[in-house]
Ligand binder design. Sequence first.
Ligand code: AMP
Length: 280
Amino acid sequence: MQIITDIKQMQEIGNNWSNSQTIGFVPTMGYFHKGHLSLVAEANKNCDITVVSIFVNPSQFGPNEDFSSYPRDLQRDLELLNQYKVDYVFNPTPDQMYPAGYKTWINVEELSSILCGASRPGHFRGVATVITKLINIIKPSLMFMGEKDFQQIVVLQTMLKDLNFHTQIHPCPIIREADGLAMSSRNVYLNSEQRQQALCLSLAIKQAQEQYKQGIDDPQILKKNASDLIIRAGGRIDYIKFVDSVSLQEVKQAKDDTRILLAVFIGKTRLIDNAALGSY
Ligand code: AMP
């Protein structure tokens, strides 16, 4: 496993391999858990060369968000990656990625301003821009991304199609703790009481799936019941939406592939989760 910090060097490696081999790329912000590692395992399975990036991307954090306090532990991350066949870890600095005078941004219209984009203005502009840069540097055939960030996948799939990239996204399922909480680097912010409260996200999803299975297909009713559960548990709702899994537009009648997407504050920590209603 080679650790590359220099953009030019990574670009030469990407150019070199992409002629003859499939490069599987796992973009991350580090502080690994089993969700990240499942993407690495999937890249190993599907591609000749595996590249993992570890870069806490400043441009996807808002001014009042947790960029400076975001958890980081490069040594631990590298040790965890050693259990897999990772050929390269790309770990650039923010100054290299956004040098003085940087001016170019990618904006995927409409999809970037709803759901998480409504509460985090500029977030998906930062994500789309950094992924464009990373693709141009690494030259992957496939990019392995978690459905935990479902909107991110839809935004980036649209960008890849609109801008004629050859790279495709290989979506991977959400990895959860034994009690149902979706794994997230931000779970480390939760104290033990909040860790219990945080279960309300996966419980609300499960309840919506059960009620849908029993024949309730009115999103308003499903939403009210999910809200009640979350408020009772002490969560503060950012949004709960029942959306079409391709357009991310809210639906009037739920179907099997309708996605429940939610964002909830537990204390100061904002957590997200989602699932297809019919996948229970
Ligand atoms: P992050 O480091 O949070 O930017 O996440 C890097 C990648 O890991 C993204 O594609 C996420 O969707 C994915 N990921 C994060 N949490 C999980 C999880 N619990 N299960 C599967 N993938 C995840």
